[in-house]
Design a protein around this ligand. Structure first.
Ligand code: CUA
Length: 329
């Protein structure tokens, strides 16, 4: 009995996943798509709920009319019915077991990482994502090849974040001091948005990135490409981006979590020091201090959100950043 029900469910699952198997070179033909499995589980729950809703509502209306007071002035006493009690215990138990079976099945395939998956290290921080490939390539976006399973090893530098890729229907917490895992396989080249799904402070809503899925040849070229470290501008931009500065500070004057970098050097600024307002000129000394000890002089209108970079960047990097800020007109 149970066996035949499970068979029906499996067939239902396959029915709902017409393209659920990747035939790419045949190597991943047995790898199901998590997003499709999640969708079919959701559909199953919706179908069961709608059928039950219609059933219960029809009975309710029928009984309300059939046994209305004007028709039955004398209420009749109803005694227990063993049959009824068995039915309303057994049917919900079967339904719940079916939903559990489908959910468990999907959970297992979410946890069951294909052995030859490409590994990417993911580090979350307030408020950006870092993705590092096995060859040391680091990026703020996640670039992967189509048709190859990708395993993400996730951790956090500060508080708990959560990596969420809605298109792939996957989500996992990024916890400081712990490594969590997630995997996916994307059939087609394309772009998919990444959100942070754990409230992590002022910049939470801006903590987005994207998955860039390239075809294999294109990815291979990208992966082997030497990063352009010779160009001075590339070094600057990389430094600013690697430290997540641009997640909170714009370069075009627009308001984000912190003041814009545009024209910041030499700007007259009101800052609040121990709750006392004073006017300062944002010179090199002020900027250096603000990077190392951001909680000392906070620009009026902003809150104390920035993490300290003391020990995070060396003197050389500090000079490069200050030069960058000076030149950003
Ligand atoms: Cu990180 Cu929300």
């Amino acid at each position: 009995m149970l066996h035949s029900i499970l068979n029906i469910i499996d067939r239902f699952n396959q029915l709902m996943i017409p393209n659920g198997h990747v035939s790419d070179k045949g190597s991943y033909s047995t790898v199901p798509h998590i997003a499709d499995k999640v969708n079919s589980a959701f559909l199953l729950v919706v179908v069961i709920s709608v059928v039950l809703l219609l059933l219960v509502t029809s009975f309710m209306v029928y009984f309300a009319v059939r046994y209305r007071a004007s028709n039955n002035p004398e209420p009749e006493e109803v005694k227990e019915s063993l049959m009824l009690e068995i039915v309303w215990t057994v049917i919900p138990t079967i339904l719940v077991s079916i939903v559990f079976y489908v959910g468990w099945n999907n959970f297992v395939s979410m946890r069951d990482v294909p052995e030859n998956a490409m590994q990417v290290k993911v580090t979350a921080r307030m408020w950006s994502w870092d993705f590092e490939h096995e060859n040391g390539r680091k990026n703020k976006t996640l670039t992967v090849p189509a048709g190859i399973p990708v395993k993400l090893n996730i951790t956090s530098n500060d508080v708990i974040h959560s990596l969420f890729i809605p298109d792939f229907k996957i989500k996992e917490d990024a916890v400081p001091g712990l490594e969590t895992q997630l995997w996916f396989l994307s059939k087609e080249p394309g772009e998919h948005i990444i959100f942070c799904a754990e409230y992590c402070g002022t910049g939470h809503s801006a903590m987005t990135s994207k998955v860039i899925v390239m075809n294999k040849d294109e990815f291979h070229k990208w992966y082997e490409q030497e990063e352009d470290k010779n160009e001075a501008f590339a070094v600057l931009t990389e430094l600013i981006e690697d430290n997540g500065c641009l997640d909170c500070h714009s370069t075009d004057g627009s308001e984000l979590v912190g003041p814009s970098f545009k024209g910041i050097y030499g700007r007259k600024t009101i800052v609040s020091t121990n709750n006392m307002d004073r006017e300062i000129i944002a010179d090199e000394e002020y900027l250096r201090k603000s990077i190392l000890y951001p909680d000392k002089d906070i620009v009026k209108g902003y809150s104390d959100e920035m993490p300290s970079f003391e020990g995070e960047i060396n003197d050389e990097e500090m000079k490069t950043i200050l030069r960058y800020l000076k030149n950003l007109k």
